[in-house]
Design a protein around this ligand. Structure first.
Ligand code: PBG
Length: 320
């Protein structure tokens, strides 16, 4: 036999020499919840917490010691109203969390998720009138939230609402306020997905009526992913994203083949919970399943991997 593919797999050393992709600690982004209430473990996401400001420093110490260089923040406010006022309150919970983080760890990259759903009484991602999420009225509020988080010290703002035109509105507002060096990581391809279930428990952000299908994408569509990404890049997105990850690697591949901007994928709450539940039952090897999954995301073309497993994965990589 002239060709024996097994020769390239004959030892660990040979396999390591010829391997194509691997993950690095610097690819990982850790999503964290900051609450105005007490620190609490999220029931459907064992090992993941909502942190109070008092407990945030200890959590950040662990995260940075694991080698994580970027975090993605979600605020859980006490007060919610129709227009999500706390999202753009300079003294809001996420703004205070960002300021504290930057005082303690100025080099840690802080990404602020920009959306209204954690802050609205109805749980939708924008202003609701006549039972419909109003696109253009929402843009201004998202722009205000972005400026407010950037002023607090966020390096990157990450709009996750899926309104049309939000990247452009945010870029304009940032630039008008002298914040032209703040990046936008756009959730450019965000599907309406049942994989977000545990997050909605974590953030208390399940919509009180209806669903998010008039703004988040239909999972039957692929071309729409190209359109959404194209628009976000035209409007000034620096980093693009596909979300969720595992069930959408075909989309990640299509987007990364076509566009030059760095691509992030979001390994979302439901994906975490499924692996964690199976691991707690002793049914799978958690560590190897996580490393294999994250590597698959990179192989599909992602550079940044947003995952609740980030600190664990960073420690596991160190062991290898
Ligand atoms: C806010 C937002 C959501 C997630 C990230 N940002 C929830 C949603 O759109 O319902 C989901 C993240 C996850 O499931 O881990 N719009």
């Amino acid at each position: 036999m002239l060709k024996r593919p097994r020769r390239n797999r004959i030892s660990k050393q040979i396999r390591d020499l010829v391997h194509e992709v691997s993950i690095d600690k610097t690819d990982l982004v850790y999503p964290m919840f900051i609450t105005e209430g007490e620190t609490e473990e999220i029931q459907s996401m064992p090992g993941i917490y909502r942190y109070s400001l008092d407990d945030l420093p200890k959590a950040l110490k662990d995260v940075t010691e694991a080698g994580i260089t970027a975090v993605l923040y979600f605020g859980i406010p006490k007060h919610k109203d129709e227009v999500g006022s706390c999202a753009y309150d300079d003294n809001g919970i996420v703004q205070r969390g960002i300021r504290l983080t930057k005082e303690l760890y100025p080099e840690l990259v802080v990404i602020a998720d920009i959306c209204l759903c954690e802050y609205t009484s109805h749980g939708h991602c924008g202003v609701v009138e006549n039972g419909y999420v109003q696109n253009d009225k929402t843009l201004e509020l998202l722009a205000r939230a972005s400026v407010s988080c950037a002023r607090a010290g966020a390096d990157i703002v990450a709009p996750s609402d899926m309104m049309d035109g939000r990247v452009g509105a945010i870029r304009n507002a940032l630039d008008e306020n002298g914040l032209e060096d703040v990046l936008i990581m756009s959730y450019s391809v965000k599907y309406s997905s049942s994989f977000y279930g545990p997050f909605r428990e974590a953030a208390g952000s399940a919509p009180a009526f209806g669903d998010r299908k008039t703004y988040q994408m239909d999972f039957r569509n692929k071309k729409e992913a190209i359109l959404e990404t194209e628009l976000d890049i035209e409007e000034g997105a620096d980093i693009i994203m596909v979300k969720p990850a595992m069930a959408y690697l075909d989309i990640a591949k299509a987007v990364s083949d076509r566009f030059c901007n760095p691509l992030a994928v979001y390994h979302v709450s439901g994906e975490y919970s499924m692996i964690k539940a199976a691991a707690l039952n002793g049914w799978i090897d958690e560590k190897s399943i996580v490393i294999e999954s994250l590597t698959a995301m990179k192989r599909a073309g992602a550079k940044m991997l947003i995952t609740y497993y980030a600190p664990d994965a960073a420690r596991w990589l160190e062991e290898n």
